[in-house]
Ligand binder design. Structure first.
Ligand code: NAP
Length: 436
């Protein structure tokens, strides 16, 4: 066995991901040492409760509730506690005591990323976070390194497995949102409080991280427009299917070019229609995928498990090997690039295609009124389908209007005008169409 330099590794957290990281570090220690060029010595694991049951058998003597003492003298600190505090304080402590940090903590990076990256920059340390955006899927390194010589134009990601599982079952089985959510909770795909997933908060955190990297810009979480999937119902799913689309919760990060070719970016999370022929439409179950459009590389798609303890541990260990190699080679960390710091535009200034579904009075002249309101609002019709709701005598028709690209602000003002027009009984849904 090669006599490598020993690097002290401190692990904070031994939950779903941390316990798997500890298990794999111990199981594949020799192989990882050969890849890293250093022996990775797990010096301790900080937890809240030493006696809590663990998914992986871990030597009791490695467990401690004293995270601070563990960090002192560590070369690499792996933070897998989650949440903001005490994770933030521990990471800053690790950086300031000369360690490199590996974390999967999207909530922390999306809210305190700049503080953490600045602290690392000041001492030449590196922060690795491959597992923070889409679990096991390698997407951070491709954006940070592989595409560093290209210009990313757009990212569309299915980055939340729970919502994809729910929407996929609603689409394929015609099931109701509430029933599938209850099933997802029973099967462990959704938390007992599903807010972070179904309201799009988790996806928004990942969108902020991906957009920051892709556009070399600091993207604060509150600059990410966010909508969840709780309003999606069976009727919307059926209408989407009928029109050749599928509804997915998408994180869209886009580079925009203005009239004077000045650039800005838009970062948004919402349920959107995508054509069934688009690669993202075939992402089923709890899987994740990130579709990247780059100027020179063209279209790239990254697909796989966006969560899961052992899957996420794979991404974490890849970071640990990178951190070890850097520690051995020496030199300062590359740091985060915020060189461009492009302005971030609100969603109202984004142009997208839409599908508007209305229930209207089924009488002569109504179609002309609707068309007039759309035209006055600078929303141009691309397709229109009219069907009778219920029996011929119901007096209600359903209009499904596909638009050309329109400004979000124009569109929402126009929909308000339609709703107040007196000919529209009900605005059934307004969904963006993505993926052109
Ligand atoms: P988890 O199962 O809740 O585990 C958290 C671990 O941290 C537990 O071992 C807990 O100790 C420990 N911990 C929490 N607060 C602590 C404190 N104040 N002091 C000491 N230890 C503390 O979490 P997880 O699912 O492994 O997730 C860890 C991180 O990975 C999170 O940032 C998460 O967002 C991210 N992530 C998770 C997944 C996934 O599939 N689970 C995927 C991608 C990213 P006890 O065990 O004693 O309670």
């Amino acid at each position: 066995m090669t006599d490598y330099r020993r690097l002290r590794v401190a692990l904070l957290g031994a939950g779903a991901v941390g316990s798997q990281v500890a298990g794999l570090l111990r199981q594949h220690g020799d192989e990882l040492a050969d890849r890293a060029g250093a022996t990775l010595e797990l010096v301790g694991i900080a937890v809240r409760d030493i006696d809590a049951p663990r998914e992986v058998d871990l030597p009791r003597e490695l467990l401690t509730t004293d995270a601070e003492s563990l960090i002192i003298g560590a070369d690499i600190v792996i933070e897998l506690m989650g949440g903001i505090e005490p994770a933030r304080t521990h990471i800053l402590q690790a950086i300031n005591s000369g360690a490199d940090v590996v974390t999967a903590n999207k909530a922390l990076l999306a809210t305190h990323g700049p503080e953490i990256f600045d602290a690392a920059d000041q001492v030449g340390a590196e922060v690795y976070y491959e597992a923070a955006a889409a679990g096991a899927i390698p997407i951070i390194r491709p954006l940070r390194d592989s595409l560093a010589g290209d210009r990313v134009q757009r990212i569309m990601g299915i980055v939340n497995g729970t919502t994809n599982y729910i929407l996929d079952r609603m689409d394929t089985e015609g099931a109701d949102f509430a029933d599938v959510l209850a099933d997802a909770q029973r099967l462990g795909y959704a938390e007992s409080d599903p807010t972070a997933d179904v309201e799009g908060y988790d996806a928004a955190q990942k969108a902020a991280i991906l957009a920051s990297l892709a556009f070399h810009t600091t993207v604060p979480l509150d600059a990410v427009h966010r909508e969840g999937i709780t309003a999606i119902d069976k009727a919307m799913m059926d209408a989407a299917r009928h029109a050749g689309y599928v509804i997915k919760l998408l994180a869209v990060c886009e580079r925009l070019t203005g009239e004077a070719s000045e650039e800005s970016i838009s970062v948004r999370v919402y349920p959107a229609l995508i054509d069934r022929a688009h690669p993202l439409a075939s992402v089923h179950g709890a899987n994740n995928a990130v579709f990247v459009q780059a100027e020179a590389a063209g279209n790239l798609m990254f697909y796989g498990a966006g969560a899961g303890g052992v899957q996420t541990a794979s991404a974490v260990l890849g970071d640990v090997v990178s951190a070890a190699r850097r520690h051995i080679a020496g030199g300062v960390g590359v740091g985060e690039s915020t060189l461009a710091n492009l302005p971030i535009v609100p969603v109202g200034r984004v142009t997208t295609r839409y599908q508007i579904t209305l229930e209207v009075d089924d009488r002569p002249g109504v179609l002309a009124t609707v068309a007039g309101i759309l035209s006055d609002g600078r929303v141009s019709i691309a397709t229109l389908e009219q069907t009778v709701v219920g029996s011929d005598e119901s007096g209600v028709a359903r209009l499904v209007i596909g638009t050309h690209k329109a400004l979000e602000q124009d569109l929402s003002e126009t929909v308000d005008r339609l709703a107040a027009s007196g000919v529209v009984e009900r605005v059934v849904s307004v969904l963006r169409v993505e993926g052109d």
